[in-house]
Structure formats: structure tokens, C-alpha cells
Write a protein that binds this ligand. Structure first.
Ligand SMILES: [Zn+2]
Length: 445
């Protein structure tokens, strides 16, 4: 009896399995984007009249409009009066930092929750400004990791995040709470010294390992003093060469890259010699530092826009005098040294220190990069193909090519003529999903 029905039963099982499968995975959506102009970031050139085919969250093909067949009834996004570029990448942001919180009292008043709520808002602003990927180089312990995961789950909108933990500092260094009595403490994880403070190679090893354990993608270490901290000098090295080497070794062993904050001349060289992958700020880099960076293929991430904000608005928001003085010391020199590094042909990636100035204004740095020696194409590639290489995501983002994520932005105007058009990104797609469109919906001039 069973034998007679077996083929029927099998057929039933097979069809219901098939039905289940199709219910689980509907055919990925295909969208055709007509780009009037395309800067794909694989070269310094602009292409005209291109069609980009997006299937699901990836780019399927990029080709000349004349030879691309768009099927009847297909979904088309018409950006034929705009310039399309890869989604931008900022390699130095702090998504939990607020640019209106310069009064020190907030170090004692704010909770981790308020920082997290702010970070959710900042993530959306960053994405809507056209930055579809960021590297967060220092937020409260594992906030950036959680935010990355929430964005990836689709719970909140935001860019793809390459997340660090809190920046690793020496006792009394740029990341420590200085100039208060020994009784004063703000601590989330006292036993672990907030996964942030480490002295000596063993503690450095431990904190890097602990950060990896809790899900960071990248390690951030503070190799010199800072501008916005108290009681330290931006020029002074922090951590010994040996400690920095151990940090780099541990990070690399875990398959992570490592970024070092370094303003001072010696600290920059120490970080390069230690095997660090990118030097953040690099304000007082000298000729030898430039030569070393070039020789070893180390990226410089120089945040040359925010000086104007720190010396303007931040003072209004209660930035202490000590910090204003320090910024005056390094701000202008950093811009001059940026120019030298560009001339020397050092690898440069776009990073702004967003959080020091308001999130969403990231693109304001392009004009400064052009003013201080880059061509617009170089500045844009620093924020696309080069940035993708630095953050280790060149397989997925940074250019408009078949196989990459459909992370695309569009602007009105020609960014190669006036890079400031990037300050008004009108269209943002991330992974094939449109997050902002003020171009196709508005009437044309
Ligand atoms: Zn920073």
C-alpha cells in the first residue's frame, strides 16, 4: 500500500520544500540606474551616460547606456542629470561623540545610554550625508560594535561600520581622565580599566585580546598626547616602541588592523616603525616620518577640516582654554604637513574626526584637501577606493564595479570641477536600498 503512494508522498514533500524555499528567498530585485555622469573611483576620470544594473544588494554590471538593454517594465532610477559616485567612506569618526558637549561637566553627567541614543542619530545623519561606510575609531566600550550589529540587522539606519573599542591609552594619557583628585572616577568596567587603559606589554596584549573578544573590527591606540585631553602634550609620545609593537602584533595576529592616534613627530615614527596600519592626525609629521610612511605603505588619515570648528563653535560650547591653545599649536601645522605628504605621494585616506564637529558635515573636509594640494579626484579617491583599502573592505566597497555592494550616491553638478558639491548629496543608496532621494523626486531646473 505504502509503496503505491510513495511517489506521491515524495512529490508532495518535494513541492512543499520547493515552496518553502521560494517563500524564504524571493528573487532578488533588479534595478537599473541611469547615470548622466559616473565617477567610479577606479581612475581619476569621469564617464558619461552609464547604466548600472543592481541585483539585490550588489552591482551586477556597469556599462555604456547605448549598449545596455533595459527590459520593458524594469525598475529604473533616473539619475541622468546627476553625477553618480561610490558611497563615501570616513575612516575616522566617533559616532557617540557630540560636538556640543565641550563643557567638562558632561564627562560626569552623561550616561552610556545617552551616548548610544546620540550615536543612533549620528549614524543616520552620516548615511544621509552620503557616507555609506565609516571606521569608528573610539566610542564607549563596545558601543560601536553594538551599533554596527543593530545597523546590520536593519534595526536602525546607518552606514556600514568598521568598529573599534575605546582607544587604548597609557595611565594619564590622552584617553585617561586627568587633572582630578584620585577619588574622581567615571568607570563602566573598573576591573578591566574600561578596556582602555594599559601599561606595559602584558597589559597591552591583554586589552587588545579583550577587545577582539568583544567583537571589534579594528584596534585604536593612542601613541601621543592629544589636543582635546587635559594635562598632556600633543607632541609627547605615549607608549614605548615596544608596547606599540606588541599592540600591532596582537591586532594582526587576530586578523585586525590597527590605527594609531599620533600628533607628535616622534610618536608618529614610533607608530610607523611598530607596524601600525594608519597614522591618525599625523599633525607634526616631519620629512623622515613622511619618508617612513611612504616606504612602508602606511596610510595617513589627516583631519584637516575640524580646526575651524574647534577654534570657533567649540569655544562657544565651553572648550577649556588649554585645549584651544593646543589646537592653535597643531592645527595650521597639520594643514601644511598634509600638503607635504600629498606632494611626497604618501598613501592618504579620508578621515575627519566627526564628533569633534557635527556628524553629517563630513564632506566639508574635501574643500580643505583640495586647498592643501590634492586634485578633486585625489580627494574623492581618498574617501572611496583608498579608504576601502585602508579599512580592509576593498572587495565590497569603494568603487562602482560589478560585484561590489550597491553603495551609490549622486550629486547635482561636477565634483571634479567643484568638490564642494559633495556637501549636498541628493541621493544615497546602500546595499541596493535607497535611503535618500531628493534628485529624482524633485522637478528639474
Ligand atoms: Zn579621533
Amino acid at each position: 500500500m505504502l509503496k503505491r503512494f510513495l511517489p506521491l508522498i515524495l512529490l508532495f514533500v518535494a513541492t512543499s520544500l520547493l515552496a518553502q524555499q521560494t517563500a524564504k528567498a524571493p528573487a532578488p530585485k533588479t534595478v537599473y540606474i541611469r547615470a548622466g555622469h559616473l565617477f567610479d573611483a577606479t581612475s581619476d576620470n569621469m564617464r558619461d551616460n552609464v547604466v548600472i544594473q543592481v541585483v539585490g544588494d550588489r552591482i551586477q554590471s556597469v556599462g555604456p547606456a547605448q549598449s545596455t538593454q533595459i527590459p520593458k517594465g524594469a525598475t529604473v532610477i533616473d539619475l541622468s542629470h546627476a553625477t553618480v559616485l561610490p558611497g563615501l567612506i570616513d575612516c575616522h569618526v566617533h559616532l557617540d561623540s557630540r560636538a556640543d558637549r565641550y563643557d567638562e561637566i558632561y564627562r560626569f553627567k552623561d550616561t552610556p545610554f545617552s551616548a548610544a541614543f546620540a550615536a543612533v542619530v549620528h549614524a543616520r545623519k552620516t548615511l544621509e550625508a552620503g557616507f555609506t561606510s565609516v571606521r569608528d575609531v573610539g566610542s564607549l566600550p563596545f558601543l560601536a560594535v553594538d551599533l554596527r550589529n543593530s545597523i546590520n540587522e536593519g534595526l536602525v539606519p546607518g552606514p556600514r561600520i568598521v568598529a573599534s573599542g575605546p582607544p587604548i591609552t597609557i595611565t594619564g594619557g590622552h584617553g585617561d581622565l586627568n587633572n582630578y583628585s584620585p577619588q574622581t572616577r567615571v568607570s563602566m568596567f573598573p576591573e578591566e580599566r574600561d578596556f582602555q587603559i594599559a601599561d606595559g606589554v602584558d597589559q597591552v596584549r591583554h586589552v587588545v585580546r579583550a577587545q577582539v573578544k568583544y567583537g571589534v573590527d579594528v584596534i585604536k591606540i593612542l601613541a601621543t598626547g592629544g589636543v582635546l585631553s587635559k594635562g598632556d602634550s600633543p607632541g609627547a609620545p605615549q607608549f614605548s616602541l615596544e608596547e606599540l609593537k606588541v599592540a600591532a602584533e596582537e591586532a594582526h595576529m587576530a586578523g585586525r588592523k590597527i590605527a594609531a592616534h599620533a600628533h607628535g613627530t616622534q610618536g608618529i615614527k614610533n607608530a610607523i616603525l611598530a607596524g601600525i596600519d594608519s597614522i591618525e592626525h599625523a599633525s607634526l609629521i616631519d620629512d623622515e616620518g613622511i619618508r617612513l610612511a611612504k616606504e612602508r605603505g602606511v596610510y595617513l588619515v589627516m583631519d584637516i577640516y575640524n580646526d575651524d570648528y574647534i577654534r570657533g563653535k567649540a569655544v562657544e560650547f565651553g572648550l577649556p582654554k588649554e585645549n584651544v591653545e593646543k589646537e592653535k599649536m597643531v592645527g595650521e601645522l597639520q594643514r601644511e604637513n598634509f600638503q607635504k605628504a600629498v606632494k611626497a605621494g604618501v598613501k592618504m585616506a579620508f578621515g575627519t574626526d566627526a564628533g569633534v564637529y557635527p556628524h553629517g558635515d563630513n564632506a566639508k573636509q574635501f574643500a580643505y584637501m583640495v586647498k592643501y594640494g590634492m586634485t578633486p579626484a585625489q580627494a574623492i579617491r581618498a574617501a572611496t577606493s583608498s579608504a576601502a583599502d585602508l579599512i580592509g573592505r576593498a572587495k565590497d566597497v569603494g568603487t562602482v564595479e560589478a560585484g561590489k555592494y550597491a553603495d551609490l550616491i549622486a550629486v547635482s553638478g561636477d565634483p571634479l570641477k567643484d568638490v564642494r558639491v559633495l556637501e549636498n548629496v541628493g541621493f544615497v543608496m546602500k546595499g541596493g536600498v535607497v535611503y535618500k532621494d531628493m534628485i529624482t523626486s524633485s522637478p528639474r531646473p
